[in-house]
Ligand binder design. Structure first.
Ligand SMILES: [Zn+2]
Ligand SMILES: [Zn+2]
Ligand SMILES: [Zn+2]
Ligand SMILES: [Zn+2]
Ligand SMILES: [Zn+2]
Length: 277
């Protein structure tokens, strides 16, 4: 950490990078993580909170709205509070939220924090496809080492309009869809559909195309993605205008179905495999 000295001048009690190894090991054990997993995760994050990405990580965050409590990631004290307020853990009381790292005069800071929270919740929503927290942390560490802590570019100047949007969880009912048929047989949703809480989207390109914030760095002929953002077109736009322009399907669907499509389905437009290579 290059700016370790400067950061630590501002440290408060509970900064994980400041804890003795034995204390970290104890926490990892309490959460049934592998011996080095917490260490590795903190290393991949340069010791920072996964949301504000400036304060040190202080807590292992867990889900609050799921039937079973699962580990999500690591955050600072203030961002943990931000998630709790967002998820309604404090009832309807919503005080002003800050963070220790909040800059003095930056009108974009609050909307960027909201986007960073959305990015965190979207990224960690994938944990439900892992059987154990250990497997999830392993996947998260891998994902961080490939895509970095800020795949949507919340803190790197991407315009606010292109960033993930935080939507209030309690105000979002979800419409049912036919789960027995293939996602490709489902009726296409409007790009700005707000009826479903998860969507699969497919883009078919005229030539090999590189996308921003994608799960591949290669130039690809097709892109298949899954999102919980509402409307789903927000997520599509995060890959760049070309993805929106080349979109051939947005349908309700699960992450498992997305993975399946990517592996074995053919493009409904050009008939070639959707597989990346
Ligand atoms: Zn600190
Ligand atoms: Zn934070
Ligand atoms: Zn912070
Ligand atoms: Zn829909
Ligand atoms: Zn195609």
């Amino acid at each position: 950490m290059a700016d370790e000295a400067e950061t630590h001048r501002d440290c408060v009690g509970g900064c994980m990078p400041q804890l003795p190894k034995s204390a970290l090991a104890k926490r990892a054990k309490r959460h049934k993580l592998g011996e080095h997993q917490l260490d590795q995760l903190l290393q991949a994050l340069d010791g920072r909170c996964m949301i504000c990405q400036r304060c040190h990580a202080m807590y292992i965050d867990t889900t609050t709205r799921a039937a079973t409590v699962r580990l999500r990631g690591v955050v600072c004290r203030w961002c943990k509070q931000r998630i709790a307020v967002h998820e309604g853990s404090y009832g309807n009381e919503r005080g002003v939220l800050g963070c220790r790292c909040r800059p003095r005069d930056d009108p974009e800071w609050e909307p960027r924090m909201a986007a960073a929270t959305a990015q965190y919740l979207e990224r960690t929503a994938r944990l439900t496809s892992y059987a154990t927290d250990q497997e999830w942390f392993e996947a998260l560490i891998d994902d961080l080492s490939v895509h970095g802590p800020d795949p949507s570019g919340v803190w790197s100047g991407i315009p606010l309009s292109d960033l993930p949007q935080l939507t209030a969880p309690e105000s979002l009912p979800t419409a049912e869809f036919d789960r027995s048929c293939s996602p490709l047989a489902r009726q296409r949703c409007a790009d700005n559909c707000r009826n479903h809480d998860e969507h699969i989207y497919i883009a078919c390109f005229a030539e090999p195309t590189k996308l921003r914030d994608a799960d591949t760095f290669d130039a690809v002929m097709h892109y298949v993605g899954w999102t919980r953002q509402r409307p789903p077109v927000r997520r599509v736009n995060q890959h760049g205008a070309i993805c929106r322009k080349s979109l051939i399907a947005i349908v309700p669907g699960t992450e498992t179905e997305e993975a399946h499509l990517k592996d074995e389905a053919q493009c409904p437009q050009c008939g070639r495999p959707l597989r990346y290579n």
